[in-house]
Design a protein. Structure first.
Lengths: 506, 149
């Protein structure tokens, strides 16, 4: 976070005419200060006040971390994270609302546990990455002029969409893992639609920034041998030092005055003299008045490079600590590896009836009476035959034990041992055709998941059960007693509890 | 590069349009208004509250950076960033739990106490690093005056 004093030194350079200055790597040397006073810009006078304010804001934001290279590095990580969340999110959405022709893999049985755990974990990692990225590009928020033309206006609007949609997406996603919905819109539909808006505006953002991304893609093109950032105006970056853009006439003098530590006007000048230490700056080689010698300049450059490197490493060290910390302390809800560090996870594995967490209780589903009724039967409707089974008749069909995970859309997941009757045996008992779709109905009176459809890939899978037991004892009422569905690779909401009817569709 | 940029913009606009159509077809207009308010609120929250806070914290660190060694500053900064992000993630969790759990397996922990403990540990790290840093700086000053004197 320690800022190179070179930021102030750069203030004094050149006017807004970029084209005449071809050098790129040596802009931060003290020698530039000498021509600071001669630079008189031809900015329009009417907006000078506003522009001056924006310039002062930019000067306050100047930092070795806030450059185009940092933006590219964080942008790559963030872009990757967004794509991971988008892919796993769309997969989860399609599992719940498949198009008619779709079939899904049932192996590995932990596939959905993996994809959804990745979705939530990556989403949580996005929080510090997004903050870091927004922090890095903050000077662009107060760029001068604010709008350069119609295209630039659209670009800034697309960034506004990207930023606000990302913040909303991350916030609602996080609160969804806490099962708290304090907003006036439906979560799942909005989360799904916003995903496309974010990816679309991200693609536009990449298009707009493509020259900057290409210019600063590699580290060796971004820093000189001293480790100083190479400010290249040709890249079109909006995160270059203030001198690289048009400036109001008053700024250079003010900057020079500030670096000299004397009589900079205004509160901001005073604040910065306090922050950067007047004595320290004044004790530097008298670069304002005299051309520095070659030797002192190279010492200066090395010191600057060192300061910039430390600032950057400190910044990325902080970002790494935040990402690792926040992921490690929450991922225990969906990963065995992180289970010992589950300090802030929304779920604790192994906690709950049958040693498994619960999402929807029997009370919430309104099945307390119907699920415990002594005359409960399971009705299986085939194309020609319909049969009803009491619990003992189900057991008589022959039970199987399988290990399958419960993986919730909210991210938590846990492996469990289930015992019950294979779905395909039940379907065989009513002479269902191979490749049949199946509809399962719960005793629940209402709720979006009362009726669940299952494609043949699940119905015929040998691990898909109508489960009666969980982890060695009878299914708890909150886990779906008297019987529930468990199938490989599906979200928890489709593992229907308290079932009363299975229909063969076709 | 120009062709690639044009293609990307067209693709981006199409994907946004698809997202908008998904939104319009799956969410009622009245609730889209609520979403718009939240989207606007997010921009205001970032531009008017979060950014100035971060800038202020950064400037204070920059001021502190004058008298601190680099490694001390880096550790202090990392602890502040981690502590802030954890607070950002866990404070809503505390609020959610206060708002009411659906059942005892949802949000099972005492997140307030846990957050205080973790932030306390981070604070201890910061204090320890600052103390070590200051002591070392003094020692080197003393040593320096001995050799010159």
């Amino acid at each position: 976070m320690r800022d190179a004093e070179g930021d102030d030194a750069r203030e004094g350079q050149d006017s807004d005419d970029r084209s005449h200055d071809g050098e790129t790597g040596t802009r931060t040397d003290g020698g530039g200060r000498s021509d600071g006073t001669q630079s008189v810009a031809h900015g329009p006078s009417r907006l000078a006040g506003v522009r001056h304010l924006l310039f002062e804001a930019r000067a306050a934001l100047a930092s070795p971390n806030r450059n185009a290279r940092s933006a590219v590095v964080l942008g790559r990580l963030l872009g990757l994270a967004f794509v991971v969340c988008f892919g796993t999110g769309i997969y989860s959405h399609l599992l719940q609302e498949p198009l008619g022709w779709m079939r899904f893999p049932t192996r590995p049985t932990q596939l959905y546990q993996f994809t959804q755990g990745l979705h939530i974990t990556t989403g949580i990692a996005i929080i510090p990455l997004l903050l870091a990225k927004l922090n890095t590009v903050m000077p662009a928020l107060v760029q001068v002029p604010p709008v350069r033309g119609v295209l630039h206006l659209f670009e800034r609007l697309s960034i506004a969409v990207l930023v606000s949609a990302s913040i909303i997406q991350v916030t609602t996603g996080l609160l969804n893992t806490y099962q708290w919905y304090p907003w006036p819109f439906p979560f799942r539909q909005v989360h799904n639609a916003m995903a496309y808006v974010i990816i679309g505006s991200l693609v536009i953002h990449i298009a707009a920034k493509l020259p900057v991304i290409a210019r600063y893609w590699r580290k060796r093109d971004s820093y000189d041998e001293q480790g100083r950032f190479i400010a290249d105006p040709a890249s079109g970056s909006e995160l270059l030092p203030p001198t690289r853009e048009a400036r109001p006439a008053s700024a250079p003098q003010a900057a020079v005055a500030e670096t000299a530590g004397s009589t900079a006007p205004g509160l901001l000048g005073r604040v910065f003299r306090w922050i950067d230490g007047v004595d320290e700056v004044a004790a530097q080689p008298a670069a304002d008045t005299a051309e520095p010698t070659r030797a002192s300049r190279s010492v200066d450059e090395r010191a600057q490079g060192r300061r910039q490197r430390i600032a950057r490493r400190g910044f990325f060290g902080g970002v790494t600590a935040a990402v690792v910390g926040v992921v490690a302390l929450t991922a225990g809800q969906s990963s065995k590896l992180a289970e010992p560090f589950n300090v802030f996870g929304a779920r604790q594995r192994g906690l709950g009836a049958n040693g498994l967490p619960v999402n929807r209780t029997a009370r919430a589903a309104g099945v307390l009476a119907s699920a415990t009724a002594a005359d409960w039967t399971l009705t299986v409707v085939g194309p020609d035959v319909t049969r009803t089974f009491v619990r003992a008749e189900l057991v008589a069909l022959g039970t199987t034990e399988v290990d399958l995970p419960i993986s919730c859309v909210e991210g938590w997941s846990q492996m469990a041992t289930w015992k019950g009757i294979r779905m395909r045996d039940l379907l065989g008992a009513v002479q269902a055709e191979p490749g049949s779709h199946v509809r399962v109905t719960s005793l629940e009176r209402h709720g979006g998941y009362r009726i669940m459809d299952m494609g043949p890939e699940y119905a015929e899978d040998p691990t898909t059960l109508v489960a009666l037991e969980l982890n060695g004892s009878t299914l708890d009422l909150d886990h779906g007693f008297p019987a529930r569905v468990i199938a490989p690779g599906r979200p928890g909401v489709l593992q229907t509890k308290w079932i009363e009817k299975i229909e063969v569709l076709r | 590069m120009k062709a690639a940029r044009i293609v990307l913009v067209v693709v981006g606009v199409l994907v946004i349009a698809f997202g908008a159509s998904v939104l319009v077809t799956s969410v009622s207009p009245k609730r889209i208004g609520g979403l718009a308010a939240w989207l606007l609120g997010a921009v205001i929250l970032h531009d008017a509250i979060l950014s100035p806070f971060v800038v202020g914290a950064g400037l204070l660190l920059r001021r502190a950076g004058r008298s601190l060694r680099a490694w001390v500053l880096v550790v202090v900064q990392a602890a502040i960033v981690l502590g802030s992000v954890l607070a950002l993630v866990v404070l809503p969790e505390i609020a959610a739990k206060r708002h009411g759990q659906k059942n005892p397996t949802v949000l099972p922990f005492d997140y307030g106490t846990r957050l205080l403990i973790v932030e306390g540990v981070l604070l201890l790290v910061v204090v320890a690093v600052l103390v070590v840093g200051v002591v070392r700086a003094r020692r080197s000053v003393v040593r320096g005056s001995q050799t010159t004197g």
